[in-house]
Ligand binder design. Structure first.
Ligand SMILES: Nc1ncnc2c1ncn2[C@@H]1O[C@H](COP(=O)(O)OP(=O)(O)OP(=O)(O)O)[C@@H](O)[C@H]1O
Ligand SMILES: [Mg+2]
Length: 293
């Protein structure tokens, strides 16, 4: 089922900066969509159109067939959870518990329901142990998780995240991506994520939208969207590093690869296929069935 339909969406800021140009995009319920693009290409501006923080200058954004700007504010804000890039823009109450309960309580829900949602949201982001802590004492990564929990507690239909992994250490980035994918798998929540984590995108994301100068220049599965270094460079992006290596082996060293593997797991499988078993036997036995990503 189509959740969002964007038709000829254009947006110009009041100071005359034209940012989004003629965007057409459909997002189905339950999808995990990554929005990739260089700094300043319009990712945040696009995400803000999806929950009505900004309104189109021309064209339209529809959620379930109805224009976002025609929803009552309360309804659109609870249906579309927006996680800001900087958790300090999101998390403001004194303690973790107060922060997460703020939204559901504001919806006028009974106390037991507020309690249930806070507990569930904290569990989902693996922050249950921090429930009573003052927000001011949390690390950036922990604050980011509390920000996500606060939005989850509103039980939105779609979660819109603006670079949720910026400022996190490499393991922190992976664990947020894992958490997001698990949320999608377990609850069917639709996720729309602006991100620069291009190496991880093929592992965690079903569909990619690439933006450049306010336009969507390519979209599809990771294999359809991440096709070559030269295409990516045109949008001031790069392929996942492992794909850059595999592309160089194919093009410069004439390795017979039909397509460019995008993950370490795919690359490993292709390389193992290309090396005769007797050579592999001399070096080291191949671990069967255990493929790291
Ligand atoms: N309030 C504003 N008024 C005028 N121009 C703005 C405003 N906010 C953003 N812009 C401009 O709009 C363009 C797109 O900005 P946006 O924040 O959407 O980019 P982005 O893709 O999210 O970049 P980043 O990767 O750096 O977060 C930029 O040129 C930016 O300077
Ligand atoms: Mg941005």
């Amino acid at each position: 089922m189509d959740l969002y339909t964007l038709r000829k969406l254009s947006f110009t800021y009041p100071d005359g900066t034209a940012v989004l140009r003629d965007l057409d995009l459909t997002i189905r319920k339950g999808e995990v969509v990554a929005v990739l693009g260089a700094n300043g290409c319009g990712k945040t501006t696009l995400l803000k159109q999806l929950n009505g923080l900004l309104r189109p200058t021309a064209g339209e954004v529809r959620l379930r067939g109805r224009r976002v700007e025609d929803y009552p504010e309360r309804e659109i804000f609870s249906a579309t959870g927006f996680v800001f890039q900087d958790p300090n823009d999101q998390v403001f109450a004194l303690t973790v518990e107060e922060d997460i309960s703020y939204g559901p309580r504001n919806l006028g829900l009974p106390e037991e329901e507020v309690e249930r949602r806070v507990t569930q949201a904290l569990d989902r982001v693996e922050m249950a142990a921090h429930r009573g802590r003052p927000v001011a004492t949390l690390s950036h990564g922990q604050r980011q998780r509390v920000g996500i929990a606060g939005v989850l507690a509103m039980e939105p239909e779609v979660l819109i995240l603006d670079e949720p992994t910026s400022g996190l250490d490499p393991m922190g980035v992976r664990s947020i991506m894992t958490l997001l994918r698990r949320l999608n798998e377990e609850t069917g929540l639709t996720l729309i994520v602006a991100t620069h984590a291009v190496d991880l995108v093929p592992l965690y994301i079903g569909r990619i939208v690439i933006m450049s100068h306010g336009r969507i220049v390519r979209e599809g599965s990771p294999a359809e969207a991440l096709i070559s270094t030269s295409e990516m460079e045109r949008c001031r992006l790069h392929l996942p590093h492992i794909a850059e290596l595999m592309e160089a082996l194919k093009q410069k060293d004439r390795f017979p690869l039909k397509k460019i593997p995008l993950t370490i797991g795919e690359a490993r499988r292709e390389m193992v296929k290309l090396v005769p078993p007797e050579v592999l036997g001399e070096i080291a036995p191949v671990e069967k069935g255990k493929v790291c990503h």
